[in-house]
Design a protein around this ligand. Structure first.
Ligand code: GLC
Length: 713
C-alpha cells in the first residue's frame, strides 16, 4: 500500500477535512474576513495548507508545526500569488503579453519560481488566463489580454516556466491556472458580477486557454468567483466535473478562490455552510481557500448524506498526491532552505531580464514631429505628474515579495540615462486629488524646460481585484495638469502608467508622443529611459483593443461581421452617431522608431485538404535608417461557414529584427486542421471553402495584406 493510501486509512475525518482546508497567513491580505491563529489548527491537523506566507524562516516554522507536532506529520502546501515575479518584479501580465514572446514569458516565470521556491513557496496562484475584453474590469491588468490564442500560449509558457522540469526541485513551484472561467466577461465590467455569455463564446473564447493549461500539465486550477448563467463556478459540476475532469481528464487539484465556497450562500444556491460545502465538493473542488466552509460544513454534509466519504477521499488523495509530487513528504524544508537562497549574481541576472522585458512591453501609441528619441544633447527636461517618482506603483497590484525601495522610478531612470541633463521633477497632481497650486508650479517648471515628460495614469489601487472603473479617463486633476502643460506649446511626451487602456482621445490628439508603460515592475524607470533615449527601439504591441470611449466596450478585433457591418456615414450600419465605431488603437498596435513595409504574401498550397498544412510567407523591409524589430500577426477568416465567424482570428505572431534598409522573410507553418471552429453543436468542425489569410502589424484592416486559401473537401 502506497504512502497516500496508508495515510488515508489512518486519517480521522477531521484530519481528512484538514487536508482540504487552506488558511490565510498574514504577510499579505488578499481577501475578506479575519485571519485566525493558524498554529493550533496546524498542530491539530485542521489546517493542511496555507496561503500568503513566505520567507524561509516563516515557512519552516509552520512546516515544523505540521511535520513534527501534528499526529500524522503531513507537510503543509504553501501558496502565494506569484503573478509576475516574486522579489524581482516583471511587467504585469497585460504588459508582458505585449511581447508576444512565449520564450520570454517562460523565462520570467522560471526566475519567479526560483525566487519564490527560495522563499519557501511551493504553489503559485498563477497564471491568470482569463480572456479580458472589458477594460472597465480591474483585473484586465492580470490577464494576457483579449485573445484566446494568446491566452493559451501564455498559459503553456508560464506553466513550463513555473513548474520547470521536475516539481520535486526547490526551484520549481506548482501552478494554479485561474480563474476557470469567463471571469473577464463580468456584466458591465463590474467586479464579481454575473456572467452571461453564450455556450459558443464559452467554448470559443473562455475555455480554450484552460484546455491548453491541462495539456501543459497545470498542477492545479482555480474556479472563478462568478456565476455563469446562474451557476457559480465554485459549484459548477457540469464544467468542473464534466468538461474539465471528464472531457479533458484533469486529475489535478481544484482550489477555490478566496472565501468562494462560503460565498455560495451569497449566490443563493446554498442555504447553509453544509450545503455550500457539499455543492463545492461534489463539483470537484478539493481545497477550500480561507472560508472554513469545509471544516465547518462537511461533517454535517456527511451526516445529511449530501456527500459521501468516497468524494472526500478522492479530494484528499489529490491534495496528498500534489504534496508528494512537490517532494514535500521527502523534504518539507527543501524550499526555503539556507542552501537555496538566491545569489547576488542570480539577482543581477533577474534584474537584467526585468529591464529587457519591461522595455519590450512599452507600447509607443503615438509619435509625431520626431520628438523621440530624446536628443543626447538635451540640456533641460521637466518630468511632471503623479507617477514620475512613484516606485510602489511600478510593481502593479500583485507585487508578491517585491519591494518599492528596490524599484526604479521614472525620474531615477531618466536621471541615470541623461547624467548631463538638468531634470526638474514635480508631481503637479495626485493620481486622484490635486491642488491648483501644484499644477501652477508644475506648469512653471515646464515653461523653463525644452521638453516636458508627463507621467500620468493609475495608481495600483485603481486596478487589479476590486478595481473596476466605470470611467476610463484620467481623474480631473491629471487632465487639468496635462491641458495646462500642453497649452505651453512645448514638445510633450506622455507616459501612461495603467492596468488597462485609458480613454483619453484629447491627449492623443495634442501630445507629441504617448506611450503605454503599464506597470513595468522593478526596472520600470530604466526601461522607460532606454526607450525614450533610443537605447532601445520600442517593439511593444497592444494585447487588447484600445477603445475611444467606454461606451464602445466590450470592443475587440474578433467581432462577428453582423448583417450590416459598420460603414462610416451610413446610419443603417453597425456604428454610433457620436463617435467612429473603430477603436482608438487596434489590437497589436505599437509604433517603432523604424518603419517597415510588407509584401509578397504567399500561402502554399493555395488549395489544401484538412489533413495538410499550409506555409505562409511574407517579405518584410526595414526602409528606415534605424535598426528595429517588427512583430507581425497572422490572422485568418472563414468567409462562409455554418455559423457566422469572426472577421479575424489570430493564428500566429512572429518577430523579425532588421538592420536599416535590410529585408527579411517571415514564415508560418499552419495545419489546416487549426482552422476548425466550434460548430452549431459545439463540437469542433472544419468546413471546406474559401478562407482569407491576413498578415499585418495589427488587426487594423489598413495594416493587413491578404491572400486566399481554398480548403477542399
Ligand atoms: C483573490 C483572487 C485570486 C487569488 C486569491 C489568493 O481573491 O481572486 O486570484 O489567487 O484570492 O490571493
Amino acid at each position: 500500500m502506497g504512502r497516500i493510501d496508508r495515510l488515508l486509512a489512518a486519517m480521522t475525518l477531521d484530519e481528512k477535512i484538514g487536508q482540504l482546508n487552506m488558511a490565510a497567513g498574514s504577510r499579505v491580505v488578499t481577501g475578506p474576513g479575519a485571519r485566525r491563529d493558524v498554529e493550533e489548527g496546524i498542530r491539530s491537523g485542521r489546517i493542511g495548507n496555507l496561503l500568503n506566507v513566505w520567507g524561509g524562516k516563516e515557512v519552516h516554522a509552520v512546516q515544523h508545526l505540521a511535520v513534527e507536532q501534528s499526529r500524522l506529520g503531513i507537510p503543509l502546501l504553501i501558496g502565494l500569488d506569484v503573478m509576475h515575479g516574486h522579489r524581482t518584479i516583471f511587467p504585469v501580465p497585460l504588459a508582458e503579453a505585449g511581447l508576444f514572446d512565449p520564450a520570454t514569458w517562460e523565462r520570467t516565470a522560471r526566475i519567479a519560481a526560483k525566487e519564490a521556491g527560495a522563499d519557501g513557496v511551493a504553489l503559485t496562484f498563477a497564471p491568470m488566463v482569463d480572456v479580458a475584453r472589458d477594460p472597465r474590469w480591474g483585473r484586465m491588468v492580470e490577464s494576457p489580454g483579449e485573445d484566446p490564442w494568446v491566452a493559451a500560449e501564455f498559459a503553456a509558457a508560464k506553466i513550463r516556466g513555473f513548474q520547470g522540469r521536475d516539481l520535486q526541485e526547490a526551484a520549481s513551484i506548482a501552478v494554479t491556472t485561474k480563474h476557470l472561467c469567463g471571469y473577464g466577461a463580468v456584466s458591465a465590467g463590474r467586479e464579481y458580477a454575473s456572467v452571461d455569455v453564450s455556450e459558443r463564446t464559452l467554448h470559443e473564447v473562455h475555455l480554450p486557454p484552460f484546455a491548453t493549461a491541462v495539456s501543459a500539465g497545470t498542477a492545479a486550477i482555480m474556479p472563478a468567483f462568478i456565476d455563469i448563467a446562474g451557476v457559480p463556478m465554485t459549484a459548477n459540476a457540469p464544467l468542473l466535473q464534466g468538461w474539465l475532469r471528464g472531457m479533458h481528464a484533469f486529475d489535478g487539484v481544484l482550489i477555490s478562490d478566496y472565501n468562494a465556497i462560503a460565498e455560495l450562500c451569497n449566490h443563493g444556491v446554498a442555504s447553509d455552510t453544509a450545503e455550500a460545502a457539499a455543492l463545492a465538493l461534489r463539483a470537484g473542488v478539493d481545497v477550500d481557500m480561507a472560508s472554513e466552509a469545509y471544516v465547518q460544513g462537511l461533517p454535517e454534509a456527511l451526516r445529511r448524506g449530501l456527500v459521501g466519504m468516497a468524494e472526500l477521499d478522492a479530494s484528499v488523495s489529490r491534495v496528498l498526491t500534489l504534496k508528494e509530487r512537490l517532494g514535500l513528504f521527502d523534504d518539507p524544508y527543501r524550499r526555503g532552505a539556507a542552501g537555496h537562497t538566491v545569489s547576488a549574481r542570480r539577482t543581477a541576472t533577474a534584474r537584467q531580464l526585468a529591464r529587457e522585458t519591461a522595455r519590450r512591453a512599452i507600447v509607443l501609441l503615438t509619435h509625431r514631429h520626431g520628438v523621440l528619441p530624446i536628443a543626447p544633447g538635451a540640456r533641460h527636461i521637466a518630468v511632471v505628474g503623479p507617477l514620475a517618482s512613484a516606485r510602489h506603483e511600478m510593481l502593479g497590484p500583485w507585487p508578491s515579495a517585491g519591494r518599492a525601495d528596490e524599484a526604479v522610478s521614472i525620474v531615477e531612470g531618466l536621471q541615470k540615462a541623461l547624467p548631463n541633463c538638468r531634470i526638474d521633477h514635480l508631481a503637479g497632481a495626485g493620481t486622484a486629488a490635486t491642488k491648483r497650486s501644484a499644477i501652477s508650479a508644475a506648469v512653471e517648471s515646464c515653461r523653463a524646460a525644452e521638453l516636458a515628460i508627463l507621467c500620468l495614469g493609475e495608481d495600483v489601487s485603481m486596478s487589479g481585484e476590486g478595481g473596476s472603473r466605470a470611467d476610463l479617463g484620467l481623474p480631473d486633476g491629471q487632465r487639468t495638469l496635462a491641458e495646462a502643460i500642453l497649452e505651453l506649446g512645448k514638445p510633450v511626451i506622455v507616459l501612461l502608467t495603467s492596468g488597462r487602456p485609458l480613454t483619453v482621445p484629447w491627449l492623443f490628439e495634442r501630445a507629441d508622443a504617448v506611450l503605454a508603460t503599464w506597470f513595468l515592475g522593478s526596472e520600470a524607470g530604466n526601461a522607460i529611459a532606454d526607450v525614450l533615449t533610443g537605447k532601445f527601439n520600442p517593439t511593444g504591441k497592444l494585447p487588447v483593443t484600445w477603445p475611444r470611449a467606454v461606451g464602445q466596450v466590450p470592443l475587440f478585433y474578433g467581432q462577428r461581421p453582423s448583417g450590416r457591418p459598420a460603414k462610416p456615414g451610413e446610419r443603417l450600419s453597425s456604428c454610433y452617431l457620436d463617435i467612429p465605431a473603430t477603436p482608438q488603437f487596434a489590437f497589436g498596435h505599437g509604433l517603432s522608431y523604424a518603419s517597415f513595409t510588407l509584401a509578397e504574401l504567399r500561402c502554399t498550397p493555395a488549395v489544401a485538404r484538412a489533413d495538410e498544412s499550409i506555409k505562409v510567407t511574407v517579405a518584410v523591409h526595414n526602409h528606415s535608417a534605424i535598426a528595429g524589430e517588427a512583430t507581425l500577426f497572422l490572422f485568418v477568416r472563414d468567409v462562409v461557414a455554418s455559423v457566422a465567424r469572426p472577421v479575424l482570428e489570430l493564428k500566429g505572431a512572429r518577430r523579425i529584427a532588421l538592420e536599416p534598409g535590410a529585408r527579411g522573410t517571415l514564415r508560418w507553418q499552419l495545419p489546416v486542421a487549426s482552422l476548425a471552429f466550434v460548430g452549431a453543436d459545439l463540437g469542433l468542425v472544419l468546413e471546406p471553402g474559401r478562407f482569407e489569410i491576413h498578415v499585418g502589424h495589427s488587426a487594423d484592416p489598413g495594416e493587413l495584406i491578404s491572400c486566399n486559401l481554398e480548403v477542399s473537401s
